[in-house]
Design a binder for this molecule. Structure first.
Ligand SMILES: Cc1ncc(COP(=O)(O)O)c(C=O)c1O
Length: 371
């Protein structure tokens, strides 16, 4: 049996190669998900509905669309609720990416972007991030856009998985103008925007309402298992995506949408608590890196990822190095190479883990950095 040919371009994720086969007792600093409890308001809301558990409109529960809209400064008809932000990306790609067209993706960047492009029959084309902390580099991106014929979508991710780098309002504006001038769909993936360390990265919506922002309750609101996300933007982009999402999954689970509504209605406290949890973890990590490795680090622009330079000897074969860390030191890190060639010299360390795990994890890593 042969699966559809368009899947032949999907490469197995090197992240799986690392995380599958994690030995017992290993410290998981690879996972990109919150380790703190689901906020109580969401837990209560999951049980709120007596009677039938009914379908809701394909675009999502109206109350939730309204709440998401007001969070992003958008009207109801500019909001589509999806199954995670991943559901939004999938639907947008299926709706707007023609086979053979090009999709501009950050390198290093979230592993799903090239995969989604391949599943739409398109070719992912990488653009690089700034040498200074892997932020959005508008010159680099616009140069690739100008040099590449038949671009259907450009995707931004501020702050970035895996680098934690953000970008300036000016850089966003330049990219938005370049995409609008060419009629290219600009998607800004902002799932980590509310997990910042004092300064929130700008949103695409600060410079234009003509692109599409995707986000979800998975990171800042601490609820990846609810699988509630959204796309916010020009309804002209959203309507075909709604059709795709409707045929793919009909709609997102109704109780999960009520829980997401409760989280968004309590954003002020829920997001502040999440930021406090992340700050605590960052401080534990920074202190451990200083004591064990003699490294002085500053926090990312957002996310719970520290993009950690590898020792030079590890850069020849970062995957082998990560496997050695996993099996010998018993610490799971994701090699930056998993996110593109631009990540070769780094590893992604997720500090969503508990402070105790972070301290012990860095202690175990030290001999491999200090030798
Ligand atoms: C950059 C980025 N975008 C999107 C997603 C998808 O998240 P979700 O579908 O849970 O919203 C992730 C998940 O790790 C991510 O890191």
């Amino acid at each position: 049996m042969n699966p559809a040919t368009r899947l032949s371009l999907l490469k197995p994720s090197p992240i799986r190669a690392i995380t599958d086969g994690t030995p017992p007792g290993a410290i998981p600093l690879g996972l990109g998900e919150p380790t703190w409890d689901l906020p109580e308001v969401a837990r209560k809301a999951l049980l709120r509905e007596p009677g039938p558990c009914a379908y809701v409109p394909h675009a999502g529960l109206t109350e939730l669309r309204r709440a998401v809209g007001s969070f992003h400064g958008a009207h109801l008809d500019e909001v589509l609720i999806t199954t995670g932000s991943q559901g939004a990306l999938f639907a947008l790609f299926q709706a707007w990416v023609n086979p053979g067209s090009k999709v501009l993706v950050p390198d290093p960047g979230f592993v799903a972007y090239p995969a989604l492009a391949h599943m739409a029959g398109a070719v992912p084309v990488p653009y690089s991030l700034s040498a200074d902390r892997f932020r959005l580099d508008a010159d680099a991106l616009v140069a690739v856009l100008e040099a590449t014929p038949d671009v259907s979508v450009v995707i931004l991710n501020l702050p970035s998985n895996p680098t934690g780098g953000g970008g300036s309002l000016e850089a966003l504006r330049r990219v938005a103008e370049a995409c609008t001038a060419r009629g290219v769909l600009l998607i800004s993936d902002e799932v980590y925007r509310d997990l910042h360390f004092g300064l929130r990265s700008p949103s695409l919506r600060d410079v234009t309402d003509r692109g599409v922002v995707t986000s979800s309750v998975s990171k800042g609101w601490g609820a990846p298992g609810l699988r509630v996300g959204w796309a916010v933007g020009d309804p002209a982009w959203l309507v075909p995506a709604r059709v795709v999402h409707g045929y793919a999954v009909t709609g997102t689970a109704t109780p999960a949408q009520w829980a997401a509504l409760a989280l968004i209605e309590h954003s002020e406290t829920v997001l502040a608590e999440a930021r406090a949890a992340v700050q605590l973890r960052w401080e534990a990590l920074a202190a451990a890196l200083k004591v064990e490795l003699g490294q002085v680090v500053s926090p990312p622009d957002g996310t719970f990822y520290h993009f950690m330079p590898l020792p030079p000897s590890a850069q020849v074969d970062p995957l082998a190095f990560a496997l050695k860390l996993r099996d010998e030191a018993k610490v799971v890190l994701i090699p930056g190479l998993a996110f593109g060639e631009g990540g070769r010299g780094h590893a992604r360390l997720s500090f969503a883990a508990t402070p105790e795990q972070l301290c012990e994890g860095v202690r175990r890593l030290a001999p491999y950095w200090n030798d």
